[in-house]
Design a protein around this ligand. Structure first.
Ligand code: KIV
Ligand code: ZN
Length: 391
């Protein structure tokens, strides 16, 4: 792995599937895993094997099928979880166990009714036990976002001593600001003894809408893995959206950080996940929303028709969207109407366009969006229709 490569760890099938009502069956999970593997993700977190027999079977089936990516299973710092995860991963070409424990005072006091030293011991023992099954062990410090950096560094040191290959620093509650999250990663890079033996991973939640920004700050400050989900689905306000972080890195090449993702598959896989989970993607969702490449105001449409780059920073084809959409509404101008009319077969002169445009505005004031059939009707009922078709 080059030092500039950012590993993409997809957790759609684990953190994403924790969303109420999103439960997938084994066949659906295997299909999504197959597409994730083809997309080029580095790690597929396939589930939480001890949580149910169904999840165990899904992780096992994915382990048998996946050819390229590492397949990972989540556990708590509990021996039985780790043993069951190892069993479910036994067919994987590249298996990884993802174990960990809460490290913030809130988790230590309220969840575990424990103390900082005992948590460090549990973290060490869990990683050591996981290492007895697989070489690749990722450790998560749950609620690291609200864990003080000095203590977090000590937990990370213990995990590395026990053999962790990846240290996951989750902002579990989505609380951190980008600068704060970036500084946390930098602090760990600079203060954890043995940090060169492991890579740091960003796992951010979107409670304040900052998951993508925080993950990007994390990699700018030295993390080399981002944990994310397709469409950003996940608990509460969701996880970091895979398509967003991948496109941020691609569109900002001077950051000199890249991924192995085949971005032209992003739109297709977004639709697959949304259809399988029955979760509708908001139209204004970055990269994959229905309006991400749609232009409806006259000024923008005129610009995009002259040159797409005036109002688009991404070529839609790069993410698998066939083309930008010029949406006709009452806010559209003559340029957009002429463009759409041409697409359905009418080449309008300037005078014809003036006449058809006033007909169009009357129509558009009554209807939210004008489709191709409406364009035919608008032109056929205009005074200049005979002229247009005899030209
Ligand atoms: O958000 C989180 O802390 C998690 C861990 C279990 C990795 O999902
Ligand atoms: Zn999470």
């Amino acid at each position: 792995m080059s030092d500039n490569n950012i590993q993409i760890f997809d957790t759609t099938l684990r953190d994403g599937e924790q969303v109420p009502g999103c439960k997938l069956n084994k066949e659906q999970k295997v299909l999504i895993a197959e597409r994730l593997d083809a997309l080029g993700v580095d790690v597929i977190e396939a589930g939480f094997p001890v949580s149910s027999p169904g999840d165990f079977k899904s992780v096992e089936a994915i382990s048998k099928m996946v050819k390229n990516a590492t397949v990972c299973g989540l556990t708590r710092s509990v021996q039985n979880d780790i043993k069951v995860a190892a069993e479910s991963l036994k067919y994987a070409v590249k298996p990884r166990i993802h174990t960990g424990i809460g490290t913030s005072d809130s988790h230590i006091i309220h969840k575990f009714k424990s103390n900082r030293e005992s948590i460090i011991e549990r973290a060490f023992e869990a990683v050591k036990y996981a290492k007895s099954f697989v070489e690749d062990v990722e450790f998560y410090a749950e609620d690291a976002g609200r864990t003080d950096n000095e203590y977090l560094a000590r937990v990370c040191e213990a995990a590395i001593k026990a053999g962790a290959t990846v240290l996951n620093i989750p902002d579990t509650t989505g609380y951190c600001l980008p600068g704060e999250y970036g500084a946390k990663i930098k602090y760990l890079k600079e203060h954890v003894k043995g940090i060169e033996k492991a890579i740091l991973s960003c796992h951010c939640h979107n409670d304040l809408g900052l998951a993508t920004a925080n993950s990007i700050e994390g990699v700018i400050n030295g993390a080399r893995q981002i944990e994310c989900t397709i469409n950003g689905i996940g608990e509460r306000a969701g996880n970091t959206a895979l398509e967003e972080v991948v496109m941020v890195l691609k569109q900002h090449p001077y950051l000199n950080l890249d991924t192995h993702i085949n971005t032209s598959m992003l739109y297709g896989i977004s639709q697959l996940v949304s259809d399988s989970m029955g979760i509708y993607t908001q139209p204004n969702k970055a990269i994959v929303g229905a309006n991400a490449f749609a232009h409806s105001s006259g000024i923008h449409q005129d610009g995009v028709i002259k040159n797409r780059a005036t109002y688009e920073i991404i070529n839609p084809k790069d993410v698998g969207v066939t083309k930008s959409a010029i949406v006709l509404t009452a806010r559209s101008g003559r340029a957009a109407l002429a463009y759409r009319a041409k697409n359905v077969g009418y080449e309008l002169t300037k005078l014809q366009l003036d006449e058809v445009y006033s007909n169009f505005l009357n129509f558009a004031d009554r209807k939210k969006e004008i489709n191709d059939n409406d364009i035919h009707q608008i032109i056929e009922t205009s005074k200049v229709y005979q002229q247009i078709i005899s030209a």
